[in-house]
Ligand binder design. Structure first.
Ligand code: HEC
Length: 136
């Protein structure tokens, strides 16, 4: 029992550095994933078109901070739906108009963003490519 106290204080005095180190590594990881996106060496589902690959880069830069953009994984913002689930509610092409206007319904926390029509096409192609397969 006495040993537990000693263990606690050792743990506490040493946490400051590791916690900072983890945050720092996280920052490097983020920077690295941006660099990867710019090189175009991102992973896309098999069969994804060049347009969908470009769309993934847009999603990584503009959306991945809150949404899970891939075929797996959890959203960083718990209230932001993973992109692969969007077609549960509507076809992803239904988003084209909202994206073109730079507005998305239900985005109170989201900074305003503007996409060109080519970027919207790419983003939609990517969204299509990651939709969960159902009915099988
Ligand atoms: C700052 C965080 C944040 C960013 C960045 C963000 N979103 Fe969202 N998004 C949310 C949240 C939170 C919701 C859920 C809002 C709700 O349900 O009230 C959401 C919901 C959505 C929805 C579902 C809307 C609906 O009503 O069904 C779509 C589609 C969407 N986001 C697309 C995008 C796209 C595309 C991008 C990148 C261009 C993006 N989001 C970037 C936070 C974000």
């Amino acid at each position: 029992m006495a040993g537990a106290d000693a263990g606690d204080s050792t743990w506490e005095t040493s946490t400051g550095v590791p916690v900072r180190a983890v945050l720092f590594i996280g920052a490097i990881f983020l920077a690295a994933s941006c660099a990867t996106a710019q090189r175009g060496a991102t992973s896309v589902p098999p069969g994804a078109t060049a347009s969908a690959q470009a769309g993934r880069q847009i999603a990584e830069i503009k959306c991945a901070g809150c949404h899970a953009i891939g075929e797996t994984g959890e959203s960083r913002n718990a209230s932001a739906p993973p992109f692969r689930t969007l077609s549960r509610h509507y076809p992803v092409t239904a988003l084209e108009e909202a994206l073109a206007e730079g507005i998305l319904v239900g985005h109170p926390e989201m900074p305003e963003f503007r996409l060109t029509s080519a970027q919207i096409d790419d983003l939609l192609a990517y969204l299509e490519s990651v939709q969960e397969r159902r009915g099988g």
